[in-house]
Design a protein around this ligand. Sequence first.
Ligand code: HEC
Length: 113
Amino acid sequence: MRTVLIATLALLAACSSEPDPAPKPSGALQPVSITLPAETAALPDTPAGTVLSQHCTACHSPDFLTRQPVMTAEKWQATVTKMREAYHAPITPADEPAIVAALVTLQGAPPAR
Ligand code: HEC
């Protein structure tokens, strides 16, 4: 028992007096460089396109915005509110009707339900 205690104290003393050098992890992450494909989509040069450029392209590419599945105004409303509340998109509730209208216009008439 005494030997174990002495060995433990010796170990603790060794740990505290000589800090370990930073471990060298194997398989450490390395910086990489990637080239993104060129953006090919653009929002239309219309009032609807301008509204979406102003409110959505800080976070999303035009590609992303123009390739969404066609949705009703009601569903877009929920998405736009989610962007504001969950992801802190810099829009106010007062901006939302114009944004929803722009999304519906961009997609054409949504399918009848
Ligand atoms: C502040 C950044 C930000 C802004 C501005 C923003 N979004 Fe998003 N959006 C996000 C994030 C983050 C996600 C989630 C991405 C993921 O899950 O991979 C997302 C997801 C989405 C999705 C995928 C479906 C979903 O519900 O998650 C759609 C569609 C979308 N955004 C549309 C819009 C539209 C339209 C606008 C303009 C009104 C907008 N976003 C503005 C950050 C933003």
